[in-house]
Design a protein around this ligand. Structure first.
Ligand SMILES: Nc1ncnc2c1ncn2[C@@H]1O[C@H](COP(=O)(O)OP(=O)(O)O)[C@@H](O)[C@H]1O
Ligand SMILES: [Mg+2]
Length: 520
């Protein structure tokens, strides 16, 4: 707690108000000090980036007047500490205004136990801001008892318990509350209703495609990245969209992590202050590297971080810019991305399941059972080579999605629901969580080469078979490891501790595509 050495009885016109700042997803305490002294009228704000200062100064000055107070004459200096951290301007409007009113003795209300956040409009109304969840967590960790946030952000802040949250509409309301004349109600967290199956698309909508569905189940069960290849209209996008419905439910910690990022990016919906459904992000192929990984002068999370704990779907993979694709390699591997800028480096989590889809060639019909492909072999090769080897190397499963025949779509046979598939996924995940306790990983996709030897034990039969394939198919060592991992997941779905020949066999089937299309 910060000591208030400047009791109102002292002659020095000085005040301190607490607030919080945000950089990346890290939040930290900020102190706003205001000093009013005699002399020529000057209003200085230090500790903010230049551009933000002017705007904040103008808003605060107008709001002070329009709330029925007078803007103090004389020299006003406002300092935002610590000065070495770059701060976004708008959210400090409210604490700056309070500091000035307090320093100029226009209000005497107690403010020391609270943190104040909010952008002001010229008439003294308080506007919503981004990143409230992370800020509330920081305030609580610093022992703050109450946090005053824009009304629209209150439900989001209230997700965190152990700190009193007040949603404030305007300056007047806040001062009446602080003076005890008219108390505001504490915001309470309303648990969002579980999104019903009716709202989310379901796997039972997809007719047939049993092999593709099985592959997606394996991918979901082990957290594996997957690439789907097939002609236009085969249902690749349709399948991808349904993956979040078979992934294990989010834990509360995962929900908080993902919500923090969505809050900072300003994409959180007011109705759902807590993200409880795994995100599905599907950026267009024209997206830039920065758009995917995050960054900018004041760093913002990219698509891969918005997809954290969920699915990043790259549809039409070969159409993505080469540098954008390459920029994804490291965060996909590590599960975090650090963006460096002049203002410092920010780290965002980026643990995603990468799902991608593509046509096999520019016209889309290469390998089609009935349609004729109009591309030359060279065109096909060039198209496929847009995906670099290292990128392909990070994808555990490659599957072919053949076009469905009309009969399959039009028949009324019952298809398995997402809930049914998810139950098997959950079972397999629980086995993995138990097995990897204390190792820092929770699913097979994250196995390191060293761990592979310990945890992927093959039966004699399976081992002989895999080694034979390795020789005959001319597999790379990386491909070998990948097959082991996927075999591990298939065995887990089968509740089998040992990896048997049949598990290896299915795993190899999920790898035939790179040989078929990328044959050297
Ligand atoms: N197996 C299927 N069952 C039901 N509808 C399908 C199936 N496959 C394709 N469709 C229909 O075809 C449309 C196009 O599929 P889409 O997922 O966009 O194909 P792709 O991404 O492979 O080009 C879907 O929106 C859906 O209406
Ligand atoms: Mg598509």
């Amino acid at each position: 707690m910060i000591q208030e050495t400047h009791k109102d009885v002292t002659v020095q016109l000085f005040s301190k108000i607490k607030s919080v700042g945000l950089f990346g997803i890290d939040s930290y305490m900020v102190e706003i000090e205001a000093d009013v002294s005699g002399g020529l009228p000057v209003f200085d704000i230090v500790g903010l980036p230049d551009t933000a200062v002017k705007e904040s100064r103008d808003r605060v000055r107008a709001a002070v007047k329009n709330c029925g107070f007078s803007f103090p004459t004389g020299r006003i200096t406002v300092n935002l500490a610590p000065a070495d951290k770059k701060k976004e301007g708008a959210l400090y409007d409210l604490p700056i205004l309070l500091a000035i009113l307090k320093a100029s003795k226009q209000i005497t209300v107690p403010v020391s136990d609270g943190v104040f956040i909010g952008e002001l409009s010229l008439d003294g109304n308080i506007r919503p801001i981004n990143g409230i969840l992370a800020m509330t967590i920081a305030a609580k960790q610093n022992g703050i008892e109450s946090i005053y946030v824009p009304k629209e952000n209150a439900s989001e802040a209230a997700v965190i318990d152990g700190i009193s949250v007040y949603g404030v509409k305007n300056v007047k309301e806040l001062i009446l509350h602080l003076s005890g004349e008219q108390k505001l109600e504490k915001a309470v967290f309303v648990k969002p209703e579980k999104q019903t199956a009716a709202v989310l698309p379901d796997f039972s909508d997809v007719k047939g495609q049993l092999a593709a569905k099985k592959a997606l189940e394996v991918a979901a069960a082990g957290g594996h990245n997957i690439l789907m290849i097939g002609p236009p209209g085969a249902g690749k996008s349709m399948l991808a969209k349904r993956i979040p419905t078979i992934l294990p439910e989010m834990t509360f910690e995962e929900s908080i992590e993902t919500t923090k990022i969505h809050s900072i990016a300003g994409i959180l919906s007011k109705e759902d202050p807590l993200v409880t459904v795994r995100p599905f992000r599907s950026p267009h192929h024209s997206v830039s590297a920065v758009g995917l990984t995050g960054g900018g002068t004041i760093p913002k999370p990219g698509e891969i971080s918005l997809a954290h704990n969920g699915v990043l779907f790259l549809d039409e993979l070969p159409e993505f810019k080469r540098d954008a694709m390459e920029a994804l390699r490291q965060p996909i591997e590590d599960g975090v991305i650090t963006v460096s800028r002049a203002s410092g480096s920010a780290t965002y989590p980026s643990s995603v399941m990468l799902v991608s889809a593509m046509n096999p060639c520019p016209c889309g019909n290469y390998g089609h059972p009935t349609k004729q492909c109009t591309c030359t072999p060279n065109m096909v090769l060039k198209y496929l080579n847009r995906i670099s080897g290292p990128m392909l190397d990070r994808i555990d499963l490659h599957i072919e999605v053949p076009p469905v025949d009309y009969n399959a779509i039009s028949n009324n046979s019952r298809e398995e629901t997402s809930a049914e598939i998810r139950e098997r996924v959950n079972k397999a995940r629980r086995i993995q969580i138990e097995r990897y306790k204390g190792t820092g990983i929770t699913c097979n996709a994250r196995l390191t080469p060293k761990m592979l030897r310990e945890f992927c034990v093959l039966t004699e039969d399976a081992s002989v078979y895999l080694n034979r394939c390795f020789d005959e198919l001319g597999m790379s060592a990386r491909a070998y490891d990948r097959i082991l991992k996927v075999s591990r997941t298939i065995a887990d779905l089968d509740q089998s501790e040992m990896i048997e020949k049949r598990h290896v066999l299915s795993a190899i089937r999920f790898r035939t595509l790179d040989r078929k299309y990328w044959a050297k």
